[in-house]
Design a protein around this ligand. Structure first.
Ligand code: FDA
Length: 310
């Protein structure tokens, strides 16, 4: 039988189910917890607030799995508008952007990787022009080689382009070693997708142990590790390791999702850590929202209770 997590992750890939959860006040309340708003102005208001509190941001214009070139071009244009909106704030690297290549046409047949590279390149150029960077989010495991190909091409002109590695995958320790080179920005996460046992660890403890191993490689290496987790034990491991190898706060950072463990985000920033919140915005929140429900049974219970009381 499929687990609740697998069911929710399966539903996250079926946009036609979106109408089942859309449009109720309960949905709006719960979505608002994880998403900064639907418009660029909503996102910029959150950027001003968080950076004012000493928390850096990486902005995600929501969207994924586009099915034609026109949609992919619209994703590029949304990011160019976002970078235009960030320019006058003059935040430099304190406000960067995260992109999902599946929103840039990566999955389109016959040259999706080339199309994604063609469309993401101007975004990397616009980011460099205002002194900031792009990080390529990582999606399902079958997209990793394509994403790493785009990463390598972008890094030739924009060496600050960031990558994401998912500790749950068997291949990740090798990928971490390959990416642990000077200047390399790598966000390590546990992994948000439903992956089979042939490619991924299935148990929570196995994933946590794999995360700690990859963390060791990245923090001891010469790159710039971005520790993407809310897990207090792994955050403590990262802090201990960073101290052990003599990393200064400007040589690594902690990243958490907007709306999750916000008090901890402020506490870490006040304690002198570099903290960055991942801030999603836009109308296409369905896939992102369903993954957040899948991560934590309490979120689903809260959501269902809200629906019942609407
Ligand atoms: P874990 O799931 O064990 O949670 C630890 C604790 O954090 C929980 O006990 C709870 O307190 C809190 N928590 C975690 N998730 C929560 C939620 N949804 N709601 C409320 N509380 C929650 N994945 C991916 O595959 N590709 C990517 O590109 C990214 N990018 C990314 C960026 C950043 C900045 C973060 C923090 C995460 C991602 N992820 C991701 C998601 C990641 O893979 C993972 O699914 C989530 O971070 C949840 O795992 P944790 O490491 O937080 O641990």
């Amino acid at each position: 039988m499929l687990s609740q997590k697998a069911l929710l992750l399966g539903a996250s890939r079926r946009p036609e189910l979106r109408r089942l959860v859309t449009g109720t006040p309960a949905t709006c309340r719960v979505v608002d917890r994880f998403v900064a708003g639907e418009t660029l102005d909503d996102a910029l208001a959150v950027v001003r607030r968080l950076t004012g509190e000493g928390i850096a941001v990486t902005l995600d214009h929501l969207g994924e799995g586009v099915t034609d070139r026109a949609e992919a071009v619209r994703s590029r244009d949304a990011y160019l508008a976002l970078l235009d909106g960030l320019a006058p704030l003059d935040l430099g690297p304190a406000a960067e952007v995260s992109v999902k290549l599946s929103a840039f046409g990566q999955a389109l047949p016959g040259g999706g990787t080339d199309l994604a590279l063609e469309l993401v390149r101007p975004v990397a150029e616009a980011a460099s022009a205002i002194g900031t960077t792009v990080t390529l989010d990582m999606e399902e495991s079958h997209t990793i080689d394509s994403t790493l190909t785009v990463l390598a091409a972008l890094r030739r002109d924009h060496p600050g382009t960031g990558a994401v590695l998912q500790a749950a995958l068997h291949r990740t320790l090798d990928d971490a070693a390959a990416l642990a080179v000077p200047g390399s920005r790598v966000r390590l996460v546990k992994g948000a997708y439903d992956e089979p046992p042939s490619v991924a660890y299935q148990g929570r403890h196995e994933v946590d142990a794999a995360y700690a191993r990859c963390l060791g490689v990245l923090v001891r290496g010469p790159g710039y590790p971005m520790v993407g987790t809310h897990d207090p034990r792994l955050l403590a491991v990262a802090q201990r390791l960073a101290t052990l190898v003599g990393r200064t706060p400007d040589s690594w950072e902690v990243q958490l999702l907007y709306g999750i463990r916000t008090a901890e985000q402020r506490r870490l920033a006040a304690a002198g850590c570099t903290v960055r919140a991942y801030v999603p915005y836009g109308v296409d929140w369905y896939g992102y929202f369903m993954r957040r429900l899948a991560e934590r049974p309490a979120n689903l219970r809260f959501f269902l209770r809200s629906l019942a009381t609407t």
